[in-house]
Design a protein around this ligand. Structure first.
Ligand SMILES: Cc1ncc(COP(=O)(O)O)c(C=O)c1O
Length: 458
């Protein structure tokens, strides 16, 4: 593709994205397709001769779009949001244009320093005065935290695990599965990641945590890592971080806080309570790529003492040494991978063009939507509310075996909404998660009407 074609096609692509954001996708929000439907359409080998970019764009519209789940459509209310914005997309585009490798300060001074400032800005919004870095995902952040904690208690990098006492990690039975993955990759093993029982509200039972730690100590094991969750994936339950921190501080155990979704809400002064106890922890993360209008991928990872992380991850081969190393941050030392994207650029675009007030207004709107929707459910004769939503996600059920699942299936089959489920204490719950950038009250009212119509048709 020469520069002329790039320019011409680029304008078309931006026009297409602008319409997509403005009008949403005209077809069903999730595709009605079977496995293999795309595989059938794409040749199994690449073309020998060059094809035109406009042909590829036409095929994108014809083949890819109909088989795509439209995650950023206002009707998409499944899982948690991963919302985007025009500003974020432009920042991403510029990042792709520059295509720098932000592994070291010297390889991209602007990328490194903008990342430092963006983390400072985000920290200020959360009331957290810690340095940080941008990881790709929360899963990677949790792995980094576990590796930092592991290196604190045992010199695994140098010596491996041979002859060491078992290290034990703890997270509630509602914690995200990335904790399990981290424990596997870090060599802790499923058997030594304790699932701490949760209470009625699905929050970690702190008494049980303390008892489990003490039992491990008696067995001669080494409790080294606790993960608290603020906003669990299933029901947005909130672990009592301050109480957990008291135990961790007393026992000298590393505490990591996963607020992948909920961290964004903490930028609202009235939601700042979500950060209670975090100052006593060792690391904290949240995903601007979930709810803060910053397209994939962007996970903000804060740590109280970066040396803990660097001791675990820093590595200094000759070919990467530069004269500035002693006086700068090289974010490769804070990351699993060496090569790093210039993610700070899209955050800079988002935060500057929305402003703190703009971000807060939109998050507040999503919380109000959740509250309004929960009230309709609570007032409805057939539907029940699992619990009052504290964040953007409302869990709903119908009495009767299979009723909730059947309702959700029928709603999704209309193509006018997409919802997902969870199961709590054997009860199937339909989750409605607000947070799309272009979601308005009209979409919320349409959803409520759709639900009522489905129930009336029963
Ligand atoms: C609480 C929580 N932690 C971690 C994750 C994993 O996020 P990521 O996809 O960024 O790894 C999720 C994803 O939904 C989540 O809800």
């Amino acid at each position: 593709m020469d520069v002329h074609e790039f320019r011409k096609l680029g304008y078309q692509v931006i026009d297409w994205i602008a319409d997509y954001m403005d009008k949403g996708y005209e077809g069903p929000v999730t595709p009605n397709c079977q496995p293999g439907d795309l595989l059938k359409q794409i040749p199994t080998s690449p073309p020998q001769e060059a094809e035109s970019g406009s042909q590829v764009l036409a095929d994108f519209q014809e083949m890819i779009l109909p088989l795509t789940s439209h995650w950023n459509d206002p009707r998409y209310m499944g899982y948690f949001p991963c919302n985007h914005s025009g500003a974020g997309i432009l920042g991403e585009l510029l990042s792709a244009g520059l295509n720098v490798n932000a592994m070291s300060w010297a390889t991209s001074p602007a990328a490194t320093e903008l990342e430092m400032v963006m983390m400072r800005w985000l920290g200020e919004l959360l009331g957290l005065n810690w340095p940080g870095t941008i990881q790709d995902t929360a899963s990677t952040g949790t792995l980094c935290a576990m590796l930092a904690a592991r290196e604190q208690v045992a010199a695994i990098n140098a010596d491996g695990y041979y002859g060491k006492k078992p290290l034990v990690a703890y997270a509630s039975d509602q914690a995200h599965s990335s904790a399990i993955k981290a424990a596997r990759i870090a060599g802790i093993g499923d058997a030594f990641l304790r699932a701490v029982p949760s209470n009625e509200q699905q929050a970690m039972n702190v008494t049980a945590l303390k008892a489990m730690i003490e039992q491990d100590e008696q067995l001669g094991n080494v409790p080294f890592f606790v993960m608290a969750t603020v906003g669990t994936t299933s029901t947005t339950a909130i672990d009592p971080v301050a109480e957990i921190a008291d135990i961790c501080v007393a026992k000298g155990i590393y505490l990591h806080v996963d607020a992948a979704l909920a961290g964004t809400a903490a930028i609202l002064p009235e939601m700042r309570w979500l950060m209670d106890g975090v100052a006593q922890a060792d690391s904290f993360l949240f995903n601007p790529h979930k709810w803060m209008f910053t397209n994939f991928d962007c996970s903000a990872y804060f740590c109280k003492d970066p040396m803990q992380l660097k001791r675990a991850l820093a590595i200094q081969p000759e070919y990467l040494k530069t004269e500035h190393d002693a006086s700068v941050e090289n974010f490769r030392d804070w990351s699993i991978q060496l090569g790093r994207r210039f993610r700070a650029l899209k955050l800079w675009f988002v935060m500057r063009t929305m402003g703190v007030k703009g971000l807060q207004d939109r998050i507040r709107l999503h919380l109000e939507m959740a509250k309004w929707f929960a009230q309709q459910v609570a007032d409805h004769p057939q539907l029940s509310l699992w619990s009052q939503p504290k964040l953007n996600t409302v869990c709903v059920y119908l009495d009767g075996d299979g009723q909730t699942e059947s309702l959700m299936k029928r709603l999704n089959e209309t193509g006018s909404v997409f919802l997902t489920h969870t199961v709590v204490n054997s009860r199937y719950l339909m989750r409605v998660s607000f947070g799309q950038t272009h979601q308005t009250w009209t979409h919320v009212h349409q959803l409520w009407k759709l639900i009522q119509d489905q129930l009336a048709a029963d």
